[in-house]
Design a protein around this ligand. Structure first.
Ligand code: UDP
Length: 213
């Protein structure tokens, strides 16, 4: 699934591995879902060294983003309803212009749905494990105004940068953000959250359309 949001492009795939992590062995706790995120070297400016090639561990930003993607998607799935498999979610950023983590979540959810349909066809699912769609958007305060889907230039000049993940009923799954210049008030937070909730519901409609739901 190639997810695009403005100039940001993220390739999202989900692979099913017939094994759970060692800490889940013999617990009969169902399956697991985990995510990996990487930016290709030419996805942004300047070139980003390819992960793993320089002998350095995965950078902190990629690690934080892949854990966010994993948490968001695990919230969408009833893991106990899965057989003993690991769903590997891979998000590779081909082009980055802000909002790569939210675009990754939106695309990964569609890829996850496809993977579950495939498992159902293979008769691997005793029951449908997806609780609902999950969508995400970035919002921020730029020049005192709440803005949605910040591109790189807007993101770089934002006073506040927030990433929001929502469940299908609009409730929040994760609110990740901070003031990068000026502190913000509860009223400003509320206006950003409202904008984000509306945005998530529009993304959800696009996910439904893509999946033919
Ligand atoms: N960016 C980049 N190289 C990097 C990190 C970030 O080009 O190593 C750019 C890219 O456009 C990215 C934006 O900075 O989308 C904002 O990065 P942030 O860490 O806020 O994550 P994102 O908004 O992509 O989820």
């Amino acid at each position: 699934m190639l997810a695009e949001c403005g100039k940001t492009k993220v390739l999202c795939t989900v692979s099913v591995q017939d094994q759970v992590p060692p800490w889940m062995y013999k617990r009969n706790a169902g399956g697991w879902l985990t995510a990996e995120y990487a930016m290709l070297p030419g996805a942004g400016q300047p070139r980003k060294p390819r992960d793993g090639r320089t002998g350095r561990p995965l950078d902190g930003r990629s690690q934080e983003i892949q854990r966010l993607i994993g948490r968001a998607l695990r919230c969408a799935v009833d893991l106990g309803a899965l057989p003993e498999v690991t769903l590997w979610v891979d998000c590779d950023v081909l082009q980055a212009d802000g909002g790569t983590r939210t675009t990754a979540i939106n695309g990964a959810l569609v890829a996850l749905y496809d993977a579950l349909l495939w498992m159902e066809e293979q008769k691997q699912l005793p029951k449908w494990p997806l609780r609902g769609l999950v969508s995400a958007v970035s919002v921020g305060l730029v020049g005192g105004e709440a803005m949605i889907d910040l591109d790189y230039d807007e993101d770089s000049s934002a006073d506040v940068d927030l990433n929001i993940v929502c469940a299908a009923d609009g409730r929040m799954i994760e609110v990740q953000g901070a003031a990068e210049r000026q502190p913000f008030s509860i009223e400003q937070l509320q206006s950003m959250l409202q904008l984000a909730q509306d945005g998530c519901s529009r993304v959800r409609e696009l996910q439904q359309k893509t999946l033919g739901l």
